[in-house]
Each structure stands twice: as structure tokens, then as C-alpha cells.
Write a protein of this length. Sequence first.
Length: 197
Amino acid sequence: MQSPIPIESRALGTLAFIRASIESSGSMAVPGMAGITMGIIGFVATIVASVPAAAPYWLQIWLVAAAIALAVGGAMMAREAAQSGHARYLGPVRKFLLCLCPALLAGAALTFVLWRVGGTNLIPGVWLLLYGCAVLSASTVTVPRTMKLICIMGSLFMLLGLLAFAAVPGTHTLILGMGFGALHTIFGILIGRASHG
């Protein structure tokens, strides 16, 4: 005959389950593969913009790369949300977008303003700094096991943005590649490992 299970152990198990459910329902999982894919797009943009014949068109190259990365990364995150059940309950997705989008929209507006006034040499710094702010802000609504990594990545993007403001324009493509190529790829791998670890 089995001995009865104490009610306290069942209650603690139930409370742990409820707590985990609440945490996961309010958090967004970021797929590491999205970061890796966006990083590869960043590396391709860096290589293309480094070709002397294409160098004068660096802004157009990076804008096309950003649009592709946004579409691909967004699609991969939407797929992750659908697989985790967040597509049905849009709370975590909405919170993630509310944290991410304001800084990205500010970056888009400042890109247009700087292009109009001939301040294109400031655009790489603005992009990296504001993208870092967006990632850092969005990290607060990601799942706990990857939150710290995403926070560190956002901070490094911000540091690269400050570096870009101080750097000579000839190094901007390399600095953009370090951010949108290398940081995305490295942290995509780390996030992927943390998610499955």
C-alpha cells in the first residue's frame, strides 16, 4: 500500500507550475536562429559595401539588408510565437513590439533627416546606438533564460554606436558589420544554446 503524499508537496509543485506558467505567458522567446540569419545578412551587406565600386552606395546596401533582415527575423519570431502558443495570446508579442519599435522608428526617422541634411556619416552611429536601445528595452520581456544574453547584446550594440560616432567614415562599414553581422551571429548562437540547454 502506498503511503499518502503530503498535501504540502502537492501544493508546492502546483505553485511552482503556476509561477512558471505566469512567467512564460508574459515573456517572449527569441529564436537564436533568427539572430544567426540576421547576422549572415549583415555579413553579406558588409562584404558588398566593402567592394570599392559599391562603396558609394553603402547606405542603400544597408537599407536593403535591414529590410531583408527585419522581414526574415520577424517571420522567424512569428513562427516561434506560433509554436509556443503566444500567437493565440498576443500579450507577450505586443509587449515585445512596444519595447522594440519606438527606438527603431526613431532610427528610421533620424536616417531620413540625416540623409536630407547631408549628415550620412552620423547614420551608422545612430543605427547601432538606437538598435542597441531597442534590443536592450525588448530584453525585459524575453524569457528569463535568454534575457541576460539579449541585454548584453543590446549594450554592446550601444557601445559600437558610440564607437561609430568617434570613428572616421572609412571604418563605418566595418563597424556596422561588427554589430549587425558579428554580434547577431555570436549572440544568436549563444541564445540558441541557452534556449535548448
